[in-house]
Every structure is written in C-alpha cells, then in structure tokens.
Design a protein around this ligand. Structure first.
Ligand SMILES: [Zn+2]
Ligand SMILES: [Zn+2]
Length: 431
C-alpha cells in the first residue's frame, strides 16, 4: 500500500526548513480559505473538501516532529490522512485553538472518532470556554539566510546585507485608511471573532466562535483606501544591515534583529528577523560538511603511494595553512583518517573549538584494461611532490577514524546551544 508522494511543504506553501510557527500560520491561512463551510456551490464545496483534507494532512504530519522526520527521510507514510467521517469538518474556532462553548452539555467528554487531530484532542472545559478574542495574535518571525564563503568564516569579514521587508506605510500610519483612522468593524463589533449559536439537538445549543473575515480578525477596518499603499497598510522596503563576522565564525550561529521585519497591521508590531548562515563555496575546495562542523575531503591516491607510506601535502585548506600528513601504513581504498581541529570553527558559548578534517582516500584506477607491461608502469612509484616547497607545510598527524574519533572532548550539542532564545543561544545583532 503506497500512496503517491505528496509534497506537504508545497501544499502549505512553506520552505522545507519552516518552523512550527510558520507551519501553523500557513495552515490556518489555508484552512480559513478552504474550509468547506465557506463554500456553498456544490462543485466548489467538493474542491474545498479535498483541499481542506490535504492541508490538514500536511499540517498533521509536519507539526509532529516524529512524523515530520519520517516524512523528510522516507516520504509519505500511509494512514496519516485525516478522516472527517460523520462528524464533519472541525470548526474555525478549533483550528484557531479556541473552544466553542457548548452551554447545556456538561459531561460530554470529547467528540467520538476525532481523537487523532492535533486541534481536536477532546474538548476540555466544555460549557464555559470560548469567545476569546482571536485577533490578538502572537508576533511572527521572519527568517533570512546569508551566504558565507569559507574564507569569510576563517578570516572574518564585514557583511553588507539587504533584507526585503514589508514596512509600515507612513502615509497612513499603517491603518490603510485615507483618513489615517481605524474604523471599528461592524461585523464583529471590534472583537475580531463572530459568534453564532445553533441548535444541535432538542434543547441543546452550540455556540461557535469563528474569526471575522470582514476585518481579518483585526477588529477594525480601513476608512477609505490609502492611495499610497492601496489599503495594504504596508509598503515594500529594504532593511540594510552590516553584519560583523568575526574570525573563526561559527556558521551555525543564529542572529536576531528584533522588531525590524515585516509590519503586521493586525498586532501593530514588526516581526523579529532571524538570520542564519549557509556556506556557499564548499565545492570549490572539494569539501563537504558532516556532523555540523567536520569537513570531508575525498582524496585520490595512487596505489603505489598507498602501499609505500604516503606523504600527503595538503595546500587547499580554507584557513590558508598548508599541512603535511605522513602516513606510515598501508592505506586501503576507501580508508578514512582525520585531522583533529582542522574542521569548521565551533563557538561553544565563547569557547572556540574546531571540527575535524576527515580525509577519505580513493584509489586511482586505470580507465581501460592494461597489458602486463602497462600494469607494471601504472604501479610504478612516482613522486608528484617535487615541485612543492616543503618548508611551507605544517606537520600534522592523522588519526584513525574508527578508534580515535571519540577521543575528542565533546561540546554540548548544537541543539542545546542554539535551541532558542529562551536559553540565550541566539545572538542579537547590534542595530
Ligand atoms: Zn470584524
Ligand atoms: Zn498607506
């Protein structure tokens, strides 16, 4: 039983590294749009039901860290899809984490058959909750990725960046109004939510809260349209910043610029911008990254060299140092050795360490079958280090990866260190 693979990230219109908050936000937006209750036309309703199922399925998987990991690794797993069955679709209030109060129905312990949903986990406290104003939403974050070259990481640099933002429209003070004034939404009386009461059985009433679509939960609407922003409240702009990348920079660092990103007319606040980094020129050095901070180098080696105590002169390290490694042993094809502290800088709360340089030796084989004479000359020792100025090289030892890799003192893991601002793991950029 395998289903065609669906791209949940595409369905929700988010990046593959989206945070839980971004997922929820995207889901809510789409859930509002595609909720079957909002579509009356039968054809449209059918389409909406399909879409709604799809986005809910995507949300269910991506907001469950375990399921998300499996999905990222293996693609779709069967049986994750929602089954709305006879109970119908969840109400808006549930999608937005609000409980519709249900007066007159104490003791009802939750809805049957709906236990599998993140937003349907029973209805605790039924009978009095609900009607909370939905429109005070928490602040959203914005993410921005900055490309860094290896040389910039090892040497440091000043990096000019330009972050596109939707800034507040100064012509209307972010009201979207010609008059710069906000008008209370008449549909919801400024509460941002609308409440409807309906009869669900003899003597039983259900009270439902749903976000007000007339004001998009803000509780206010614009008064005439601002000519400058056409009522959007924001204008496309740019934030220029200079980042100080210090010598031996930890590329896993996250910087945060507070209250400088997109303006949200709903909350009246600007988002925080989280800046992360990506190394852009690994390929030029023939390197790859492993374990966050290790650099992996694949190095071709002649068979004769591998059998006769090879000396490896390495001048391609991005820290600009030249290293010589003397291997007094037979190297098998695919053997891996590592150089301590020759990987990427790792800033462990101000304590600087480095990852490893992992070298994988690959044999050079002839491209075609050789005659016995050609084999002899192919295996003949040859020295391609004659032109090298050996004085310039620093002597370094290589270690056997299986037995000695764990001798390294272990810093705290990256997740612990950069786990979030609560732990102080996020650096704040100077404005
Ligand atoms: Zn309203
Ligand atoms: Zn405006």
């Amino acid at each position: 039983m395998s289903q065609p693979k669906k791209d949940y990230y595409e369905i929700l219109g988010i990046e593959r590294d989206a945070t839980d908050e971004q997922i929820t936000k995207a889901y809510r937006k789409l859930a509002m749009k595609w909720h079957p209750d909002r579509h009356q036309d039968p054809d449209k309703k059918k389409e909406a039901e399909e879409k709604f199922k799809e986005i809910t399925e995507a949300n269910t998987v991506l907001t469950d860290s375990d399921k998300r990991r499996k999905y990222d690794q293996f693609g779709m797993c069967d049986g994750e899809g929602p089954d709305f069955g006879a109970q119908g679709f969840p109400d808006f209030a549930d999608i937005f984490g609000q409980m519709g109060g249900m007066p007159g129905m104490p003791g009802m312990g939750g809805m049957p058959g709906m236990g599998g949903f993140p937003f349907m986990g029973g209805f605790p406290g039924m009978g009095g909750m609900g009607n909370g104003n939905v429109h005070r939403q928490s602040k959203s974050n914005q993410e921005f990725k900055v490309k860094l070259k290896l040389e910039e990481i090892f040497n440091g640099c000043e990096k000019q960046i330009e972050i596109p933002i939707e800034d507040i429209c100064n012509d209307c003070d972010g009201t979207g109004s010609k008059t710069k004034k906000k008008k209370t939404c008449t549909d919801c009386q400024g509460r941002g939510v609308r409440t409807t009461v309906r009869q669900i059985g003899p003597g039983m009433l259900s009270q439902q809260s749903s976000p007000c679509s007339a004001c998009e939960q803000k509780g206010w609407v614009s008064e005439g349209s601002c000519t400058s922003c056409k009522g959007k409240c924001t204008k496309t702009s740019k934030l220029n910043k200079t980042l100080n990348i210090k010598k031996n920079f930890d590329h896993q660092t996250k910087m945060c610029v507070r209250d400088a990103g997109n303006y949200d007319s709903n909350s009246g606040r600007k988002s925080d911008i989280y800046i992360s980094f990506k190394i852009s020129d690994l390929e030029e050095y023939g390197l790859k990254i492993a374990n966050d901070y290790d650099l992996v180098l694949e190095h071709p080696i002649h068979i004769a060299d591998a059998l006769s105590g090879y000396t490896f002169y390495y001048s391609g390290h991005p820290n600009k140092n030249k290293y010589v490694f003397k291997l007094n042993e037979v190297i098998e094809c695919g053997d891996v050795r590592f150089g301590k502290k020759l990987g990427l800088p790792n800033d462990d709360d101000g304590h600087l360490t480095f990852g490893k340089l992992i070298i994988k030796f690959n044999y050079i084989y002839p491209k075609t079958v050789l005659t016995p004479e050609q084999v002899k000359s192919f295996l003949k020792e040859h020295d391609d280090t004659k032109s090298i100025n050996k004085e310039e090289y620093i002597k370094e030892k290589l270690f056997n990866i299986e037995t000695e890799a764990d001798d390294e003192p272990r810093g705290r893991s990256r997740n612990q260190r950069h786990g979030g601002e609560q732990e102080g793991g996020v650096q704040c950029a100077q404005s």
